[in-house]
Design a binder for this molecule. Structure first.
Ligand SMILES: [Zn+2]
Length: 366
């Protein structure tokens, strides 16, 4: 058994003390395969790099040596990161993984094979299974998955599982404040991040974020009961969700530029697999937009909930039947918003969904 890795290796794993404790223990007596699973943006990659540093460092993860630093930066030659080449992990991708697993480590006593998006393996599961189950003794698998669909069951059973939760809002706030963000802004960004540090990072530099939030908050005062007002509000909210994509698109453009520079260095005129990279970006943009709408709906539900609380408080002062009706209306409004939010995950026609919701909320206006 080697020395335990220093906590600094997991500095970038925010709000996941259980994960850090588990990996710290694991690093002292590693097994052949780990499966890090949990929502996107919860710190799986950072944790995998920390574990890799602990496994590649001659001192078990000192945090200071060259091996540790390169593993944390993702540039150690014995930390091999395998990304899928298309929308799923194909049988051909699995073949690449099998081949890489057989390779001998170049510098360290072992190599770490990090495989991203394992939840997207389906047809390739049988091809992956044998090598994950029994890799050469010098290979340690670190598999990453956003969730664990049933078709992954055989792989899951062959790995030590490391479950991640969404990063708690308080931890996101603390992390943002530590990085120089004003506490009040940090608080609203953290709530909008949905427990994803990646999303928080982008939102914090998004100039339109505060304006979008205001737009959602003002919805109840702008619905005057007319269908025309409902249509205008609905189309504005959808336009705002499109605007929300700007910082992510900038990040994607920068990524393509970096890939293009890299391709040039390697003597290639174009980015290999460019189409797949772009498809991945489109998928991410669709998810981002849905997340933004969902957060907007949660903000709106909060406004109606506050009204409900006001109604109840007013009711305690004066027993009027009018306020009871108002209370029931607010409850129905909050319910309608929650239903719309749940429906978003079923890939509906968003503009029909939003139109219908605004009309419904309008009908409930006095
Ligand atoms: Zn070290």
């Amino acid at each position: 058994m080697s020395e335990p890795p220093v906590p600094e290796l997991f500095e970038e794993v925010v709000g996941q003390p259980r994960v850090v404790a588990q990996l710290t223990t694991a690093a002292r007596r590693p097994v052949h395969a780990y499966l890090l699973h949990g929502p996107s943006g919860s710190g799986k990659r950072a944790a995998a790099r920390g574990l890799a540093a602990a496994l590649l460092c001659p001192d078990g993860g000192c945090g200071a040596c060259n091996a540790c630093r390169r593993a944390l930066a993702g540039t150690h030659p014995d930390l091999v990161v395998v990304e899928r080449t298309g929308p799923s992990i194909t049988v051909a991708d699995a073949q690449t993984i099998v081949t890489r697993a057989q390779r001998r480590p170049l510098e360290a006593s072992r190599q770490v094979l990090m495989v991203a998006d394992v939840h997207l393996a389906r047809d390739s599961v049988p091809a992956l299974l044998k090598t994950v189950e029994e890799p050469p003794p010098s290979t340690v698998f670190v598999l990453l998955a956003d969730d664990l669909p049933p078709h992954l069951a055989t792989i899951v059973s062959r790995c030590v599982q490391v479950p991640f939760d969404a990063v708690p809002t308080g931890a996101v706030v603390a992390w943002l404040v530590e990085h120089g963000v004003d506490p009040e802004h940090a608080d609203s960004v953290a709530r909008a991040s949905g427990g994803s540090l990646d999303r928080a990072r982008l939102l914090v530099s998004d100039a339109g974020f505060v304006g979008r939030q205001e737009r959602w908050r003002s919805v109840p005062t702008r619905l005057d009961g007319s269908g025309a007002a409902a249509a205008v509000v609905s189309s504005e909210l959808l336009a705002a969700a499109d605007e929300a994509l700007a910082p992510l698109r900038q990040q994607h453009a920068a990524e393509l530029e970096a890939l293009s520079d890299q391709a040039e260095i390697m003597g290639s005129k174009s980015i290999p697999g460019r189409r797949q990279v772009e498809e991945g970006h489109k998928r991410e943009e669709r998810r981002w937009r849905t997340d933004d709408l969902r957060f907007g709906l949660a903000t709106l539900a909060e406004v109606y909930r506050d009204r409900l609380v006001d109604t109840i408080e007013a009711d305690q002062g004066a027993h009027s039947s009018g306020s009871a009706a108002e209370g029931r209306r607010a409850v129905r409004q909050v319910e309608a918003i929650h239903e719309a939010s749940a429906a978003l995950s079923r890939n509906p026609n968003e503009s029909l969904l939003m139109d219908a919701l605004m009309v419904e909320l309008s009908g409930m206006v006095d």
